[in-house]
Design a protein around this ligand. Structure first.
Ligand code: HEM
Length: 243
């Protein structure tokens, strides 16, 4: 049986090439789960939280789905370039509520001179994602939720605005490409199939996901199908394995 591509299988089959011990290999393969699963789950939850909190912006994303995809086929990665409003919504959600507001701490391994400052060896340096995401020079009205800020006058995604959630420099998150694709396809499928609203019977804590664990901090959202369940099931049965 062909199990398909696997990072661990690749590493095991090429262990001489990389010169890693079995323990190091196991550690490396496990790191991807530790660093990649909860972060990605939280990012997806943050997008869904934003959709429930900002119904007018959710409606704009769904209007784009209706124009580009319709309701008779399930969307796939092939639709990505045609959905700038969804991508803008995702970027704004992750800017609005950055998952790791303080990033991960770094330590200077030698004295670093930066402009008029000396950062002595051994100093812990924190890249403050929260503050960077709220710099009014780059994000006017930084506390407002405005997906439009990511879109230029021609309706295309801006390429001069960055999202700092994956860190900086040579230790920047190496999983960012996998993460972006996971967040994109999950947000796309959920928001295409469902309309999300806050559950009015329970309080919604829109800061609850920051530095958190999804299961520990539930936020109640109602999901209403935009497409009948029968049609949804039939479309997903035929969903391409590599979409
Ligand atoms: C939305 C999801 C994710 C977010 C927000 C995120 C965020 C981050 C951040 C802030 C760092 C620290 C960067 C720095 O030190 O400046 C980091 C490091 C790391 N991430 Fe991610 N990450 C995500 C998903 C993933 C995935 C899916 C993987 C693997 C498949 C992954 C693997 C790693 C690894 C191995 C490191 C350590 C890199 C190093 O120290 O050299 N991450 N991530």
């Amino acid at each position: 049986m062909d199990e398909g591509p696997s990072f661990t299988k690749y590493m095991l089959e090429n262990d001489n090439f990389h010169g890693l011990t079995e323990d190091e290999l196991a550690g490396l393969a496990g790191t991807f789960f530790v660093a990649g699963s909860e972060t990605t789950a939280l990012a997806i939850c943050t997008v869904l939280l934003a959709a429930a909190c900002f119904p007018e912006e959710q409606a704009k994303v769904q209007a784009e789905f209706d124009a580009v995809i319709g309701k008779h086929r399930a969307p796939t990665f092939a639709d990505q370039l045609s959905l700038p409003r969804l991508q803008a919504f995702i970027s704004e959600a992750l800017r609005w509520r950055p998952l790791l507001p303080n990033g991960l701490p770094h330590r200077a391994t030698r004295d670093v001179i930066w402009e008029n400052y000396c950062i002595p060896a051994g100093t812990t340096v924190i890249g403050n994602h929260w503050a960077i995401s709220r710099d009014p020079e780059f994000y006017p009205e930084p506390h407002s939720f405005k997906p439009q800020r990511w879109i230029d006058d021609r309706g295309c995604l801006r390429d001069d605005l960055n999202l700092p959630i994956f860190g900086f420099g040579r230790r920047i998150c190496p999983g960012q490409y996998v993460a972006n694709r996971s967040v994109f396809i999950n947000s796309l499928l959920v928001l295409w199939a469902f309309q999300l609203t806050p559950d009015s019977t329970m309080p919604l804590d829109d800061m609850g996901l920051i530095n958190g664990i999804p299961n520990d901090r539930p936020y109640p959202i109602d999901f209403k199908t935009r497409i009948t369940e029968m049609e949804l099931r039939s479309m997903m049965r035929n969903y391409p394995e590599v979409a």
